[in-house]
Design a binder for this molecule. Structure first.
Ligand SMILES: Nc1ncnc2c1ncn2[C@@H]1O[C@H](COP(=O)(O)OP(=O)(O)O)[C@@H](O)[C@H]1O
Ligand SMILES: [Mg+2]
Length: 243
């Protein structure tokens, strides 16, 4: 995966050299298409494997007694979600713009997240504060929803079965500022600098693509995403988007 330093070097090369200016965008496009195609080609047979395993379980319930059955089902589920996240990470910068009420979008996300917490009967306290005067916003609604849900889901993982998550969206001059704050496990100082890099995860079943996608989506909208964390006390992700 390309890091910021590589991107800066490529930009410099493109400024200095006309051939590089022509070939680097084509290579990047090619890389993008290859990742999409590979993810798609693996997903098709994997979906068949997953359906066959489910059918097997229904027709022959005794397979559940096989010592490795649950783990196999879990591994297949994980591979499906990894491919979904890989595709969505790969497409994070392709925006489909529309004009919409960002306050309403944030409100809807907060409501569905609260419902998902209740459904899991967790003891997590969730408070949202959405400024009613956020106005209209031009951007990719679906991708912004992905961005916010990635932050809320991470907060949920961090607080476990109890704790508190505070979600807010407000207008600051010509920017929309969205924050997701939790009092969960937090991020130790030695991990924080790489936390937005792809495939960096500290969870058993994590993909490490949630924050990398969130960063790409924020930057594709001309915005930023930052984090500060005091382990076991407070972690705050802040997304700032120009209106
Ligand atoms: N709110 C949070 N509190 C503590 N750690 C977090 C939080 N959000 C993200 N992290 C850390 O950042 C890592 C990367 O997150 P992410 O990119 O979403 O991947 P994943 O959730 O699949 O691990 C997580 O594994 C976790 O260690
Ligand atoms: Mg995540």
């Amino acid at each position: 995966m390309l890091e910021n330093i590589d991107i800066n070097k490529m930009n410099r090369l493109m400024e200095e050299n006309a051939n590089a200016r022509e070939i680097i965008p084509r290579l990047l496009e090619n890389h993008h298409t290859s990742v999409s195609m590979i993810a798609h080609e693996i997903r098709n047979p994997l979906t068949l494997v997953s359906s066959s395993l489910q059918l097997m379980e229904i027709r022959h319930p005794e397979v559940k007694d096989f010592y490795n059955w649950e783990q196999t089902m879990e591994d297949v589920r994980f591979m499906c979600s990894l491919l979904d996240e890989l595709s969505s990470f790969n497409n994070s910068s392709d925006l489909h713009h529309s004009v919409f009420s960002i306050g309403r979008l944030m409100q809807n996300i907060a409501v569905s997240f609260a419902i998902s917490l209740d459904a899991g009967e967790s003891g997590v306290e969730f408070v949202s504060r959405i400024d009613p005067g956020l106005g209209d916003f031009t951007g990719d609604k679906v991708k912004l929803e992905q961005l916010v849900l990635n932050l809320l889901r991470n907060a949920k993982d961090a607080v476990g079965d109890s704790g508190s998550i505070r979600f807010s969206a407000e207008r600051e001059n010509d920017r929309i500022v969205i924050t997701c704050r939790d009092n969960g496990c937090g991020i130790p100082a030695d991990r924080i600098s790489a936390i937005f890099d792809p495939f960096v995860t500290y969870k058993e079943n994590g993909t490490g693509l949630g924050l990398a996608a969130a960063k790409k989506i924020a930057e594709a909208h001309g915005g930023t995403i930052t984090v500060r964390s005091v382990p076991d006390k407070e972690t705050v992700f802040t997304v700032s988007l120009p209106v």
